[in-house]
Design a protein around this ligand. Structure first.
Ligand code: TMP
Length: 219
């Protein structure tokens, strides 16, 4: 039984759902793009999407969570991400999986557990349950975690020369808690996670991801 069936997501069974996770500046957005391009060249129908902001409603929510000036109460922030997720899974992800497509998704519920749970110090179990409820139990087939030291990631973001959003602007301590939480999540679900050192060369990282995805597609 696939992980998606186990978690109660009913699909036509042909689609494959891959999420990418990691701290800000870990390189996952580049890897999501490379993976989507490779799968497209292999003749697969790919939906490349992200959270927050993978739907029209989600783009409005993304603007609030990333660019609102001033504080947002931690529970309100968790609910905003969960609202984006509920709408995204129901209207974008699930239909694509039912059509048999490969969904490549930049961030999913592990981001909420790491950022709102460990970063904002909410109860990680409750944050996870909130997302599971929002997404009606849907879990991806594979989650790629790009693990990187927050200080190295910060240097990459500095070099980008773009203004920091609300989360990127958080202190080093926050980003260290996020990293540790991600590693704990990966340890707890070895089968779903592929952990890769985000400091490796992008081509090497892309090769490792492709190898795992190829195996999943042949399965
Ligand atoms: P990104 O699209 O550039 O990765 O930015 C999204 C930001 O939102 C990033 O700092 C991580 C954060 N985030 C959460 O805090 N919780 C979540 O559930 C998600 C999906 C993202």
């Amino acid at each position: 039984m696939s992980r998606r069936e186990e978690s109660g997501l009913v699909t036509a069974g042909r689609g494959l759902w891959i999420t990418l996770e990691g701290g800000d500046g870990s390189g996952k957005t580049t890897q999501a793009r490379l993976l989507a391009e490779w799968l497209g060249a292999e003749g697969r129908t790919v939906l490349h999407t992200r959270e927050p902001g993978g739907s029209e409603v989600g783009r409005l929510i993304r603007d609030i969570v990333l660019h609102h000036r001033g504080d947002i109460a931690p529970r309100a922030e968790a609910l905003l991400y969960a609202a984006d997720r509920a709408h995204h899974v129901a209207t974008v992800v699930r239909p694509a999986l039912e059509r048999g497509e490969v969904v490549i998704q930049d961030r999913y519920l592990d981001s909420s557990v790491a950022y709102q749970g460990a970063g904002r110090v909410l109860d990680a179990g409750q944050v996870r349950e909130l997302s599971i409820w929002a997404a009606e139990g849907a879990l991806p087939d594979l989650t790629v975690l790009l693990d990187i030291d927050p200080e190295a990631a910060r240097r990459r973001l500095d070099a980008d020369d773009k203004p920091f959003d609300r989360l990127e602007a958080e202190k080093d301590d926050f980003h260290r808690r996020v990293r540790d939480a991600y590693l704990r999540l990966a340890d707890a679900e070895l089968e779903r996670f592929l952990v890769i050192d985000g400091a490796l060369a992008p081509d090497l990282i892309a090769d490792r991801i492709r190898a795992r995805v190829r195996a999943l597609l042949e399965h």
